[in-house]
Structure formats: structure tokens, C-alpha cells
Design a protein. Sequence first.
Length: 151
Amino acid sequence: MTDTTELDAEDRKIVTLARSARARNGVPEGAAVRDETGRTYVAGTVALESLKLSALQTAVAMAVASGATSLEAAAVVSAAETPSDDDRAAVRDLGGPDTPVLLAGPDGTLRVRVTAGRSGRVTAGRTDVRRRGERGRVTARPSGRLTAGRS
């Protein structure tokens, strides 16, 4: 049963499309994104010997290849507990840091709603800064807290 009652109709649509892509293709993840004009792009996980992309990365690539210049929202259906940093980065690259990323379980139940976020991240006590932000550099203190400074 799909429980997406806390989503508006457009977000329910992309969760439903992502869920159907996952089921139809028998892949670990299904994803859908909505661009700035309201067009949707739906994809499943790509797992070729020479190319491996998550479903959300594939959907973002399809949007870019079709001429989208921004994203309004993204959804992924997966057994995961949270959207991966790589998935959020792909959404952020096209849609910006405030783009909502919805994660639903295989049954369609919304688990997490996050934004694509900023480019720096701290994992397991180490810093992995992907790129310098517009407002300066991002560093991590030994406590693992991020601090921003002017460069």
C-alpha cells in the first residue's frame, strides 16, 4: 500500500513513477525527477560491467540529456534508509541545494524528505569536501562538526 498522504499530488506522482520503474525493471532502486517545466524523467538502477549508476543518478542524467536546466523535486524508491550522498550530489548539481529529495520504501511509504544539501560532508570522522562553496571553504573540527570560513 502506498502511504504518501503527506505529499502533494505532484510529489505523489514522482514517488509512484519511481516505484513502478523499480518493480517493472526488477532493479534495486527506481527514481523519478521533475524538471522546472513539470516534465518527469523515470529510471532504474544501471548495473553494467562498464557503467554503474544509481536510479536517481540515471534519472538526473536523463533530465540533463533532454535539456532540463533545473529540478523541482526528486524521488527514489529503495530499501535504503537515507538517500546516498552521491544521489543528493547529482540532484544538487542540476537543481541546487534546496531541491527536495524524497526517499520511499519499496511499498511506497515515504521514509525521508531531505534537501539536496551543500557539497561538503563529514562521514565517519573525516572530511570529504567535494568543492569549494560560494561562501568560502568548509572544514571539519576533530569533533566532526563542520565550520565554514572565508577563503
